[in-house]
Structure formats: C-alpha cells, structure tokens
Write a protein that binds this ligand. Structure first.
Ligand code: SF4
Length: 276
C-alpha cells in the first residue's frame, strides 16, 4: 500500500518497500518508518562551540551523534559521506537507552558532558530516534541539541520542540532561487527558525559559497529578517571548502567572510566568523 511521509515538505509518496528522497525513511507494511533508527555512523565528544553554538553553555563538551541521510541536496555538502549515504552504509547499533547511558557516563568524567547533540547528517530525517533519545536524555538531566537544516513540516517540529534545549539551524541563503538549487524552500526554514526561537535557544549558520550567496545585499536582507525575529540570535557566517559536487571552486575568501560579518553586525548583536 502506498504511504505518504508527512515529516518534510517533500511529502514523498512511497510504494511498499520504497525509501524516500532522504534515504532514511521507508514504507514498511503501509507505514512510514525511520530506517536509520538506532543506526549510528559517527560518535564523538566535541566542544559545544564546534556545533556551532557560541552562547549555549560555552566551554562545555557534548556527545555528538550522527546517522545517515538528508532531505536536501546541497551540491557543496561538507559532510556528504554520511548525509548522502543510505541504509547500506556501515553503522553501529545504539539504542536510545544506550546513547543516554553513554552520555550520562561521560557527564561523570573529569571533563564533563552537557548532553547529546544530533548532528553530522540531517537529524530530523531520523525523527523518531531523535525524539525517543531526547526524552530519555532530558529525563536523565542532560541537554539536547539539534544541528539541522530546518526543512521540516510545522506539526512534527512543534511536537519535538518541548524536548529540545538548543538548535543550530542552517539558513543557507536568503533567496528562494538559492534554496531551489539545494532542493529546499526558504519560507519553510524561516518558519522553523521563528517557531524554534520562541521555544528554545537558537543559533543560525550561513555557509557562504563563492558567487552563489555571498552578496552584501543578500546578507543585509537575511540579517534584517533575523533581527526582526530577535537581534539576539547569534549568526555564524562560515567559509565553505570544495566538497561533494562543488570541487572546482576555491574556499570562500576570508575577506568575503569579514565583509559579510560587518554587514550582518549592523542588525545583529552576535555575529561569528566560522571555519576561518
Ligand atoms: S523526510 Fe524523507 S521520506 Fe519524508 S518527505 Fe522528507 S525526504 Fe521524503
């Protein structure tokens, strides 16, 4: 029986056994299930600043976990080995209980651990795993962090937010044309930022791709809109490096990042240069 996934605006209509565009959700017995549930491709303890979160428990470390799959198709993806992987990729099994126990054990160590960050690939395509883990991590008194592209429908977003302490949301550019290049939609991501910022700590990241989203005019529009949500939202303006399908371009010049940071600071209180 055909089933439609209602998690993100792609609304994939899947035949029995078929997997969606994100490669992480499958129609099994007429129901959409998360095929990446409990399957981990990357696990590391990182400084929280590396997420990046600069104004959320600075100086802390956080257990960071990734799976596979993504619902966008950014040609410049900096993490395509796992974001573009499918269920055939090598993973380790880590149940929500096991992940929580690992995070709790680390929190007792000398260096400490804030909680768990869901990152590396797009965490929201593994929605049910993230939701179940977040509930347990919270119950154990730790913090939950999502590093996401924000391309999710409103209803599942609102259901998940009470379990989330902080998010870093990509705002990849500020034109619909740019988002179409990535297979996404600007308005959906703007709505995610607005809703999330009202409920948890939010920081935003814009990865600058030379010649694509590096104009001062676009940054002016982005920073001005972000300030209308809140001028206190930290914005990370980061360099990109040649990766995935954009191998021919040079890394973003440092001067470009400086110029765009200066532009954004006219509207926003906290602007950080990233990958510099
Ligand atoms: S989350 Fe995946 S399966 Fe669901 S609609 Fe989006 S791309 Fe399709």
């Amino acid at each position: 029986m055909k089933a439609v996934c209602s998690l993100c605006p792609h609304h994939c209509a899947l035949e029995e056994g078929q997997t969606g565009l994100c490669r992480a959700r499958t129609n099994r017995d007429g129901k959409i299930v998360c095929s990446s549930y409990g399957r981990v491709t990357a696990l590391a303890v990182d400084p929280v600043e590396k997420k990046p979160l600069r104004r959320f428990y600075p100086g802390s470390r956080i257990l960071s976990v990734g799976s596979f799959g993504c619902n966008l198709r950014c040609p410049f993806c900096q993490n395509s080995e796992i974001s573009m992987a499918d269920s055939g990729t090598r993973t380790i099994e880590l149940s929500p209980n096991q992940l929580t126990a690992k995070a709790a054990e680390l929190s007792q160590s000398t260096l400490g651990n804030l909680g768990v960050a869901f990152t590396y690939n797009e965490p929201l395509v593994g929605y049910e795993y993230v939701r179940d883990c977040c509930a347990l991590i919270r119950r154990a008194g730790m913090k939950t962090v999502l590093v996401t592209n924000g391309f999710i429908c409103e209803e599942p977003l609102r259901k998940l937010l009470p379990l989330v302490d902080a998010m870093n949301i990509d705002l990849k550019g500020f034109t619909q044309r740019y988002y179409e290049w990535l297979g996404g939609d600007l308005e959906t991501v703007k709505r995610t930022i607005e809703i999330a910022a009202a409920q948890c700590h939010v920081e935003v990241t814009t990865l600058i791709v030379p010649g694509r989203n590096d104009s001062e005019e676009e940054m002016r529009a982005e920073a001005s809109w972000l300030a209308s949500v809140s001028p206190e939202i930290p914005l990370h303006i980061t360099r990109s490096f040649p990766r995935y399908r954009v191998q021919e371009e040079a890394p973003t010049p440092l001067a470009t990042i400086d110029r765009l940071c200066a532009e954004a600071r006219k509207n926003l209180r906290y602007v950080y240069a990233g990958n510099c």
